[in-house]
Design a protein around this ligand. Structure first.
Ligand SMILES: [Fe+2]
Ligand SMILES: [Fe+2]
Length: 239
């Protein structure tokens, strides 16, 4: 591993092209996915939240997810990335963003399971050799933990009734199969470069396996199960 520690955006100008490209790809992917998530799930969920208390917490989650996009986009702009590359555009999104939210249970399951995936991604950047990205990850982490806890708490609440449990299980069955793809392709050349440069720590395969084990434990804690499905060949992504 050739960790090139880059402490500031200014210092990045002297880093090798490969390093700057790797940092840019990662910032773009986070900026886009955070905005997709906020638009497709978090903001619409406010209307589905069943009580004033749930609406208040959902507003906080939506505010924070938009905030994550804003932070990554700001960093991208400092890196000189054109604005249109930092927002959803022509590129096909991850499949999970193509299924608009239809219920409160779906949102609680997304926070339970998709935000666990977000936590692993952000956690991997906590020791990033490009310090502006590391600092952004450190700032974002407590909020992602709150989102996952939100999902867990509301799913636990919903699972107290047989009907609620069935609806949560149904949402898990439909959304979970799309989540392992969040970690990018196996044997990804982008990921090889990220690790070689000290920008990321773990391989896509390792993160995916960790994610599946953690998702399984979470779901079992609720007395539910993960659906069995054939893992689709993971699409190449910048992750
Ligand atoms: Fe986020
Ligand atoms: Fe989140």
């Amino acid at each position: 591993m050739t960790d090139i520690v880059v402490k500031t955006v200014e210092e990045l100008k002297d880093a090798p092209d490969e390093y700057r490209e790797a940092v840019s790809k990662l910032v773009i992917s986070h900026a886009i996915n955070e905005l997709y998530g906020a638009q497709v799930f978090d903001e619409p969920a406010i209307a589905y939240a069943p009580t004033a208390y749930a609406k208040w917490l959902t507003c906080r989650v939506a505010m924070e997810e938009y905030g994550h996009h804003v932070r990554f986009k700001e960093l991208g702009e400092q890196l000189g990335i054109p604005e249109e590359q930092l927002v959803p555009g022509e590129k096909r999104p991850l499949s999970i963003f193509s299924f608009p939210l239809k219920s409160w249970e779906e949102f609680c399951v997304i926070k339970l399971l998709a935000d666990m995936a977000e936590i692993l991604q952000v956690e991997d950047l906590l020791h990033c050799a490009f310090h502006p990205l590391r600092d952004l990850a450190r700032m974002t982490m407590p909020e992602e933990r709150f989102h996952a806890k939100f999902g867990r708490d509301f799913c636990t609440e919903l699972c107290k009734t047989a009907e609620g449990r069935a609806r949560v299980q149904d949402a898990i069955d439909r959304y979970y199969p799309m989540l392992p793809a969040f970690f990018g392709a196996d044997k990804s050349r982008n990921n090889d470069a990220y690790r070689r440069l000290g920008i990321k720590q773990r391989s896509n395969e390792e993160m995916r396996a960790d994610y599946i084990a953690k998702a399984q434990a979470l779901v079992e804690e609720l007395g539910l199960r993960l659906p069995s499905f054939d893992m689709p060949a993971a699409r190449a992504s910048s992750g």
